[in-house]
Design a protein around this ligand. Structure first.
Ligand code: FES
Ligand SMILES: [Fe+2]
Length: 379
C-alpha cells in the first residue's frame, strides 16, 4: 500500500519530484483502486454524441465493467443509463441500434421510454393484467448516470460528487472560449481507433509533452519544431502543450478547411493539445478539432477512440473530402508513431529498480502536473 510519503515526493516541486511508481502501471489491484478513486469520482469521457445521431438511437457501452446505455432522446438531449432492466436485471441492449420510441427488455418485455421511464409491464399482475398495486412504475425508470456533453464528448460522473462540469473545467472552457460553438463531425474519413498495450496513464503522459517531438515525429518537427512549443500548466485539472507554428493543411490547389468563425487572431498560427484529466485528450486548431477518448480495457491495455470535427459551415465537396482524408492520414501517422514509445514505457515499468523516474524540470512540467493530480486523487 502506498503511503502518503511516497505521494508527497510526486506532488513536490518538479525539481525534486519523482514519478508514480511501477504498481500504478502493472498492478491489477491498483487498477481497480484507481477505477474507483479516479475514474468513478471524476468526469470521464465515454463516447461521442456523433455515434447516436438520430432520435431513438441507442448505444450500449461497457465502461470499466459498468454496463451503460446511451440514448438520444431528442435533438438536444442525450442521456446515459445503466443498461440493466429494473425487473430482474437483464442487460437491455447488446448492440448499437435504432430503438424508435422505446426500449423493450428481451426477457419479460418490460418497456422503457427514451427518457428512461418505465412505460409497460406486461402481465405483471397475472395473465392479462398489466399493473399491480404493489409495483409503481414511476419508481422503476432506468437508473440514470450523471452526464454532460462538451464538444460532442459524452462525459459521465459515476459518483455524482464532482463539481458541475462547467464549474469543474471553467478554466479550460475559458481558455478555449473561441471554440465554444457548434462543431461538425467529419463523417466517413474522420474517426478511427488504436489499441495500445499500455496503461491509460502512459497515453496521457506522452500526449502532454512535446519533448519527444524531434525523435518520434521527425516530419511534424520540420514544420512545428520543438522550440516552437510551449507548456500548458496553468491548472491542476489539465495540462499539455501548444505550438506557435500551426501550418494549415492544404491540397495541391491550395484549398484549405474553412476556419471556425469568430476566432481571435492569435489562433491563426497557434494550436493547442491538452489532456483533460483523467481520460480525454483534445487538440484545437483554427480549422479542426480532434478528440481522443481513452478507454482503459485493463491495467495494461487501452483503446484510443479518435474523432475529428470541423466548422459547422463545411460543405461536403470532393475537395473537402480529399482534404479530410489527407488530414486523417496526417494525424493517424503521428498517433501511430507514438504507439512504440507508449508501449515501450509500459514494458520498462516492469524494471524492479525503476523508481518512477526523474522529470526534466524544463521539459516535463505538463507530465509532472498530471502525476501530481493522480497522487492527489489517491491520497
Ligand atoms: S428482466 Fe427485464 S423484463 Fe424481466
Ligand atoms: Fe507524440
Amino acid at each position: 500500500m502506498t503511503n502518503n510519503n511516497s505521494f508527497s515526493s510526486i506532488t513536490d516541486k518538479i525539481e525534486y519530484a519523482s514519478g508514480l511508481e511501477n504498481k500504478h502501471y502493472i498492478s491489477k489491484q491498483q487498477f481497480k483502486s484507481e477505477k474507483n478513486t479516479i475514474m468513478f469520482q471524476n468526469w470521464c469521457g465515454v463516447s461521442f454524441a456523433k455515434d447516436i445521431p438520430e432520435i431513438g438511437d441507442v448505444k450500449p457501452i461497457n465502461f470499466l465493467g459498468l454496463p451503460l446505455l446511451i440514448i438520444r432522446e431528442s435533438d438536444d438531449v442525450i442521456n446515459v443509463f445503466e443498461n440493466t432492466c429494473r425487473h430482474r436485471g437483464m442487460q437491455l441492449v447488446d448492440s448499437s441500434q435504432h430503438a424508435k420510441k422505446n426500449i423493450r427488455c428481451p426477457y419479460h418485455n418490460w418497456c422503457y421510454a427514451l427518457d428512461g421511464a418505465l412505460i409497460a409491464t406486461p402481465h405483471i399482475g397475472g395473465v392479462g393484467k398489466h399493473t399491480h398495486n404493489n409495483v409503481n412504475p414511476k419508481s422503476l425508470g432506468l437508473n440514470k448516470i450523471r452526464s454532460y456533453i462538451w464538444h460532442d464528448i459524452i462525459f459521465i460522473n459515476i459518483s455524482e460528487t464532482a463539481n458541475d462540469f462547467n464549474e469543474h473545467y471553467a478554466q479550460l472552457i475559458d481558455r478555449w472560449r473561441d471554440f465554444e460553438k457548434p462543431i461538425k463531425f467529419g463523417g466517413e474519413n474522420a474517426s478511427f481507433s488504436i489499441t495500445l498495450q499500455a496503461n491509460w496513464k502512459l497515453a496521457v503522459e506522452n500526449y502532454c509533452e512535446s519533448y519527444h517531438l524531434p525523435n518520434i515525429h521527425p516530419d511534424l518537427n520540420k514544420t512545428s519544431k520543438l522550440e516552437d512549443h510551449y507548456d500548458i500548466v496553468d491548472s491542476d485539472l489539465y495540462s499539455g502543450q501548444g505550438s506557435y507554428k500551426y501550418h494549415q493543411l492544404s491540397d495541391d490547389k491550395d484549398n484549405v478547411f474553412p476556419d471556425f468563425s469568430g476566432l481571435n487572431d492569435k489562433w491563426r498560427l497557434r494550436s493547442e493539445y491538452i489532456a483533460i484529466y483523467p481520460n480525454v485528450l483534445m487538440g484545437v486548431h483554427r480549422d479542426h478539432i480532434f478528440s481522443i477518448i481513452l478507454e482503459p480495457l485493463s491495467v495494461t491495455e487501452t483503446k484510443e477512440n479518435i474523432a475529428f470535427y470541423y466548422a459547422e459551415e463545411l460543405e461536403p465537396t470532393e475537395q473537402i473530402d480529399e482534404l479530410k482524408k489527407k488530414n486523417l492520414s496526417f494525424w493517424k501517422k503521428i498517433f501511430k508513431e507514438d504507439i512504440h514509445v507508449v508501449e515501450g514505457m509500459q514494458k520498462g515499468r516492469y524494471g524492479k529498480k525503476f523508481d518512477g523516474g526523474k522529470f526534466s524540470p524544463a521539459m516535463d512540467r505538463a507530465t509532472h502536473n498530471f502525476h501530481a493530480w493522480i497522487a492527489k486523487q489517491l491520497i
